[in-house]
Ligand binder design. Structure first.
Ligand code: MN
Ligand code: MN
Length: 286
């Protein structure tokens, strides 16, 4: 088919909406990580990236809150990373891709997959740009040293991140075993407030944001592997995230993880995840 006909009449709905630029031209690089090997309760997060992309086409590209439009952002969607070999091999590939993205001065946007994928992303970024701060939004501490014999379980991901950087800040956390709460340094059951962002700004490090969608209440996000009651509404989470505008230039990238469309109802969770991605992108660019 002639390319001009393709461009006029056809659309590639397998990528995130508006992410039609090539790697070289883009300021933000999206990639999916369809990995859910260590999910302990209900698997299915491997279908998360696909569901987020599909849901994105149901959203307006314009944010009336931020008064910005995705059509003005230069975005490339690399699609999903190939998962070959054992955990170590997969994590090395995720770290390599993450490093490559930031090495080229681009911001990284990753779609999980289960939460364990954040660790190799952090490692890959740190290898290139040095020490960073990590902000986590989650229902769970994810601070176990190991879980079911696996140090790279999603239940251990922030523990692994804490071995990589001292600056891990946890928000919205409402579940974890006693030892995890004892071990945690910067942990809050509340969402991030303006004052928290002021403190993070003072640290002066590049910032990575990881959003485990189960930080939302199961009523707002039923499509997750480990639902935890007494969470936040989508609006409450977004209101908290908007505080990041103040430090947008230091934000090196973000991920949205743990969406498991298998348990979703009416695409509620996928739509919430896609909207969070849109608002995060619009905060970082334009
Ligand atoms: Mn998590
Ligand atoms: Mn969680």
């Amino acid at each position: 088919m002639k390319d001009d006909i393709r461009a006029k009449y056809f659309e590639d709905f397998t990528r995130f909406t508006c992410a039609s630029d090539g790697f070289d031209d883009a300021e933000g690089i999206i990639f999916g990580i369809p990995y859910d090997k260590t999910v302990c309760f209900r698997p299915g997060a491997r279908f998360g990236p696909e569901a987020m992309r599909k849901a994105s086409w149901g959203l307006e590209t314009y944010s009336p809150v931020l008064k910005k439009d995705l059509v003005d952002c230069k975005l490339c969607d690399l699609q999903d990373i190939s998962l070959f070999g054992d955990t170590e091999a997969i994590f090395n590939d995720i770290a390599a891709v993450s490093g490559e993205i930031v090495k080229h001065g681009k911001k990284l946007i990753a779609f999980g997959g289960e939460h364990s994928i954040t660790y190799p992303i952090i490692r890959g970024i740190k290898d290139v740009i040095g020490d960073i701060a990590v902000l986590q939004f989650d229902a769970h501490c994810d601070l176990r040293d190991e879980y079911l014999g696996d140090k790279f379980s999603h239940a251990c991901v922030m523990r692994r991140c804490l071995e990589t950087t001292d600056d891990v800040y946890q928000f919205g956390i409402r579940s974890g075993e006693r030892e995890e709460w004892k071990f945690a340094k910067n942990i809050s059951m509340q969402l991030m407030k303006k004052e928290d962002v002021d403190k993070i700004a003072e640290i002066g490090k590049p910032v990575y944001v990881t959003i485990d969608i189960d930080v939302l209440d199961p009523a707002f996000a039923p499509g997750v592997g480990t639902p935890e009651p007494c969470g936040f509404s989508t609006e409450e989470l977004l209101s908290s995230l908007y505080n990041l505008q103040k430090i947008r230039d230091s934000i090196i990238g973000f991920d949205v993880v743990e969406l498991s469309p298998v348990y979703d109802s009416g695409n509620i969770t996928a739509m919430a995840a896609a909207k969070i991605v849109r608002e995060m992108i619009l905060m970082l660019f334009g």
